[in-house]
Ligand binder design. Structure first.
Ligand SMILES: Cc1cn([C@H]2C[C@H](O)[C@@H](COP(=O)(O)OP(=O)(O)O[C@H]3O[C@@H](C)C(=O)[C@@H](O)[C@H]3O)O2)c(=O)[nH]c1=O
Length: 184
């Protein structure tokens, strides 16, 4: 498993181990030992997947303390552009974003530290997105910022977005509860 730093501190692109043979492929999505060696969070009590149509954009989401969490995200079918925005005040990349294509051919995923907003754009039909989180889903702590408010280079300005996501606050107006030092 290759774990590569992104420009956002604590956010990593991970290349999964792929074993190919005549039958197809075997892809390892998690190794506790490797995560331990890299001092990454290892306990992900909730895992879900979503299915999205082409041109769907979900995000930008995060949970606030005390239910803030690390996310480990991947695309198991189709292809996505995955975005992370650093919301940690005093972080060297506060307000900056990365946009990474995730798909099964690349066999990559993103490790996203707490204190970052996350979203993705579905490039294909029937896109399967996988998310493991270090704390459970809590509607009370669920927050977001508007997908088009922080300079992300999305491929369209007319994505399909949920009603909830359409009305999220802009990044510039959001009073972030996250501080860089406090991030997991
Ligand atoms: C995320 C989530 C949602 N739900 C419920 C709430 C709602 O009724 C329904 C759909 O929720 P949402 O509209 O929030 O789903 P979605 O827009 O796919 O939310 C996800 O977006 C991506 C970008 C993320 O980063 C994730 O952490 C998560 O916030 O599912 C759960 O029960 N458990 C969960 O873990």
């Amino acid at each position: 498993m290759d774990i590569i730093k992104t420009k956002i501190p604590g956010c990593y692109e991970i290349h999964k181990i792929v074993r190919k043979d005549t039958r197809g492929r075997l892809v390892k999505t998690f190794s506790e030992k490797t995560f331990q060696e890299m001092a990454l969070h290892r306990n992900f009590p909730e895992v879900y997947y979503s299915v999205s149509n082409k041109n769907v954009l979900r995000g930008l989401h995060f949970q606030i303390p005390s239910q803030h969490h690390v996310k480990l995200v991947a695309c198991l079918q189709g292809s996505i552009l995955d975005a992370v925005v650093d919301l940690r005040i005093e972080s060297p990349t506060y307000g900056e974003n990365i946009l990474v294509e995730l798909n099964p051919d690349k066999a990559n995923m993103l490790y996203i530290p707490a204190g970052c907003a996350h979203g993705f754009y579905s490039l294909t039909e029937n896109t399967i997105f996988l998310n493991k989180t270090s704390t459970g889903y809590s509607q009370k702590h669920d927050r977001g910022i508007h997908w088009d408010s922080c300079g992300i280079d999305w491929p369209t300005n007319k994505p399909i977005v949920s009603e909830k996501d359409k009305h999220l606050i802009d990044f510039a107006s959001y009073n972030s509860p996250f501080r860089y030092q406090e991030a997991i």
